[in-house]
Design a binder for this molecule. Sequence first.
Ligand SMILES: [Mn+2]
Length: 344
Amino acid sequence: MRGVKLPQPKDPSALRRLMGALPRRGKGLLLYLHQNADLDAVGSAIGLKGILPHSKIGAHQSVSLPAKQLAESLGEVVEVDPPLEGYRFVLIMDTSNPSQIGLEEPPPVSFGILDHHQETYTWPTPHIYVDPSASSTSEIVCQYYRLKRTPVGEREAKALVAGIVGDTAKFRYASPGTLLQVIHLLKGAGITMEDVLNTIEGEEYFNYSRKIAHLKAAQRLRYRAVGDQVVAVSVVSSFEATAARVLLVAGADVALVGNGGKRRRSKEVRISARAKPHLVNLGLNLGEIMAEMAPKYGLQGGGHPPAAGMNGRSEVPLSRILTELQEEILRRVEMLMKGAGEGE
Ligand SMILES: [Mn+2]
């Protein structure tokens, strides 16, 4: 492992400053997470709670299924839509703009930001630490433990590794430094990867609705290609994120899976987009595309280059949104392939 270094905080004093602004031992502190809080959001919050034991964890609107399983198996409670006014300080984690916590403006309470997404919105607070070079918010929490020279407990290590697993698509996009960080967490806490994976997917083989959602995603699939690159689209009524990953494994280079089934009357839609690494390496950025296209449908969108999404209420039928997204992605893939061809 010569040459591979543990990831260091981008700005140690800024990280210390943010943490120093939080209530001591987390008294009156809410760790607040984005809607449909994912493994990284919940994992980083449980991890940080090891240092701030009196803090509470909350999420806007909902918690994703794997994150719910993580919290449950670690005996942690994530309150949905907690009243922010009841807290002395709210630390918003893994969240890049107010719409992800259901607000049009920053919250009307003392708050800070801890995040790893590219900054697309300027939070009006001095209490902020954002490092887009970090794989996950969980990894930033690990860096803070090291800064404080505090060993990571077993429970917190499980949560933080789970967060990293979630945001790197099971290490597919993890750098050597991030992998080294995971090794340190496992070794330090005396746990195995199996311990971590059991906490988040223990019921995988017995989750009937997920299996059916994945099979239906395959059954309803429509695809189009540009050259040898395939962009697949499908619709399910749950598990759209894992279904999109399944379609990549099945052969698609980009997969878009929409969820509008049970929510048709409320006009609620969620769309998950996933791309294989070779297209991301060519320059395809799904996070950007989702952020650009979402407002056209009255939705919020964003994410990372290989994994992104949009959600909200839309007057536009889901099938039309998916078709237009598919066309836009095909156009971009074609441009990138031309660019790559000319470069040779
Ligand atoms: Mn994250």
